[in-house]
Write a protein that binds this ligand. Structure first.
Ligand code: XMP
Length: 208
């Protein structure tokens, strides 16, 4: 169940984008202040739901870096942290085969897990990672994503904690990238189509 304020549409004008990014980002979808407020409230929900338990947070690299850092510094419950490396978008906006680039190191058997990802899109990543984690026999797995694009779902998977529901747009910033760029933007913005059209051309020529 989402509050109206958690849905994001293309309401913000192009002029909201700082001058530095105007050629590459067509709109700001979620501002820095909105991210700050929502991450605070997600942390409060998690804190309440897991009260009195030790949590193992499994975060998916690389897109969660900013979200995770903000989320965990607001949690006071005891927690341990580990990462899994998963890659599905390799240099473009179209999904490719899923590759595990880093495996979990903590023993999660019998533990309460919180799986954190940046964005739930087709659901293939979350479904695959949940199946893999399930085989390690944790006590419980809950999922937390910053963004959810429900219109693109292919797998039957939903997250327990969702920051914002967004329309079918390719977004960057606050950890999300295009070809490893834009992760440092303090907001979530819509990638300008020129970038991936030009990007695809330069990658093709680089590969030749
Ligand atoms: P699936 O389709 O498996 O996708 O749910 C999850 C992963 O795909 C990446 N992804 C995006 N990355 N902007 C991005 O920077 C987007 O709009 C986007 N949509 C999907 C992301 O890595 C996520 O973990």
């Amino acid at each position: 169940m989402f509050l109206r304020s958690q849905r994001r549409d293309l309401m913000t004008p192009r002029s909201n984008v700082p001058m530095r990014w105007r050629d590459e980002v067509s709109r700001i979808l979620i501002t820095k202040a909105e991210l700050h407020r929502r991450v605070n409230s997600l942390a409060a929900e998690i804190e309440r739901d897991f009260a009195g338990r030790e949590l193992v947070i499994v975060s998916l690299l690389n897109g969660t870096v900013l979200f995770l850092a903000d989320l965990i510094r607001r949690l006071t419950l005891p927690l341990r942290l580990d990462f899994m490396g998963v890659s599905s978008y390799r240099g473009g906006t179209e999904a490719r085969e899923l590759i595990f680039t880093k495996e979990l190191r903590l023993d999660v058997r019998g533990r309460d897990l919180l799986l954190v990802d940046d964005i739930l899109d087709t659901g293939k990543t979350l479904a695959c990672v949940l199946a893999k984690l399930g085989r390690l026999k944790p006590k419980e797995i809950k999922t937390c994503v910053l963004l959810d694009k429900p219109s693109r779902r292919v797998e039957k998977v939903a997250a327990d904690y969702v920051g914002f529901e967004i329309p079918d747009l390719f977004v960057v910033g606050y950890g999300l990238d295009f070809a490893e760029r834009y992760r440092n933007l303090p907001f979530v913005g819509v990638l300008h189509p020129n970038v991936y059209l030009n990007g695809a051309e330069s990658m093709t020529s680089a590969a030749k």
